[in-house]
Design a binder for this molecule. Sequence first.
Ligand code: PMV
Length: 307
Amino acid sequence: MKASAPGKVILFGEHAVVYNRPALAVPVNQVQVEVEVSESSQPGIRIQAPIIGLTSDLASLPSDHPIGSVILKTIQHVGVSPLPNLSIQIQSTIPVAAGLGSGAAVSVALVRALSSFLDHPLPNEDINNLVFEIEKLHHGTPSGIDNTVITYNMPVYYIKGQPIETFKCGKPFTLVVGDTGIPAPTKESVGDVRRLWLRETIRFEEIFNEIAQISLIARRSIESGKPDLLGEMMNHNHELLQQLTVSSPELDNLVDASKQAGALGAKLSGGGRGGNMIALVKQASAESVAEALISAGAKRTIITEVK
Ligand code: PMV
């Protein structure tokens, strides 16, 4: 039994989403996790995940191991016993710890493949809830946007604690994702923003409100088939993220380089300080913007069509 899950990028609203403002995120299907579950002649559950150099039996993993906990929670949820001997293969082209949701994608594909193999294929709602539980174990207080967009593999308008709203694009558009290659733990930037928000609550609340407005208008532009309008909104959202102190010289440099190479707009995406930026481009200039990003120091680029 095979299942897959895409990567994701946040288009608008990172950080503000932690303070109950809306955020928009979209799947990135150019990168994928694939999980294959099969019956094995060896006793127990054997896991192979070459991307993180893991070959192990479930029983030998520490009890808080992310992959081990996904497997245990899924088995518990579907309530199958006795368990067959299993072999689980995990392959991924999603860069790890780069803000592209690799952890959530592994969890989603794993829950999907394993529950289907055990003859209890779970609906997206259950998969999303289970994976959110796992995300909470490993990332402190995640907003839940990663697991949602990756589970549903659709653009998501996300407000913490509210029913999930997926939406459709009126017209496809092209993004170039540029990776600074600088690891940036989201927990740290989220913690720093919280400390600043406590000191300057009124100013930060105003910034979050402006970002919320952008997410709202951006969603309408995407749904009504006017994605070109997103460029200006990305530039504005990036400035507001700079005010939240979560940009960095490297991110600003890639944002500027993409615009000089013809992008319609650009911003950092995700936790910030390092990780990724995204640029909105006309399809015809995607390659040249990607090249300009590499020349400006990006470690990797992904061109993705949002549909
Ligand atoms: O760095 P990423 O892609 O995991 O995104 C973090 C987004 C934040 O809004 C900063 C945090 C969150 O949990 O939503």
